[in-house]
Design a binder for this molecule. Structure first.
Ligand code: FE
Ligand code: ZN
Ligand code: FE
Length: 199
């Protein structure tokens, strides 16, 4: 082995054990990297959702998030299946993007005092999560198709559909929640309208 090659592979090894991203030189490697990133993202969501559920005021919102928590666990299992079938380790690679989205969401939610406004914040944060996941799964599904891994492609499509459904449910819920939030701290006109209702 040439000296340069030896240094490079040693660097790769160090990077590997530091938990950094492996170099992806082929579509296969890029695909596996993306799967491990999604695997980590799903685990971050599994950790974050219970906090969002207990912060939510609307019963429908709590129910939607609780259902999606169960769905999310199944999605993580699907990625395990795909990696195992390829003979790959099911290790996670830190998804920094999801980490940022979740951090931002937690900040947003913890800053809101009014319970209706907080529900609007939870929906806003959750929809960012869903859209980021949709981008990731769309790509992973396409890679699976290109690599002619039909079973994996179907599993990833199934997850993609679930993420889209979750996003749609949140959009449906946001109709009521945002209306209530607007009634709270919103414009003076809205407030007067509300006090007139109460009176
Ligand atoms: Fe998910
Ligand atoms: Zn990521
Ligand atoms: Fe999701």
């Amino acid at each position: 082995m040439q000296k340069r090659e030896a240094v490079e592979s040693a660097a790769e090894l160090v990077n590997h054990y530091k938990g950094g991203k492996m170099k992806a030189n082929t579509l296969q490697e890029l695909y596996v990297e993306q799967l491990r990133d999604l695997y980590d993202a799903e685990h971050q969501i599994i950790k974050a959702l219970p906090k969002m559920i207990s912060a939510a005021n609307s019963k429908d919102l709590r129910q939607a998030l609780t259902e999606h928590l169960q769905v999310t666990k199944d999605q993580a299992t699907r990625i395990e299946q795909i990696l195992e079938r390829r003979g790959e380790k099911t290790k996670a690679e830190k998804c920094k993007g999801m980490q940022g989205i979740i951090e931002e969401g937690n900040d947003l939610v913890s800053k809101t005092r009014d319970s209706d406004v907080r529900d609007a914040a939870i929906i806003a944060a959750a929809q960012r999560v869903e859209h980021y996941e949709m981008a990731g799964y769309g790509t992973a599904r396409t890679f699976a198709t290109l690599l002619e891994e039909e079973d994996a492609s179907e599993l990833l499509q199934q997850t993609l559909n679930e993420e889209k459904e979750a996003d749609q449910t949140l959009t449906d819920l946001s109709g009521n929640v945002d209306e209530n939030a607007a009634d709270r701290g919103g414009s003076d006109g809205r407030r007067m309208l509300r006090s007139r209702h109460v009176a």
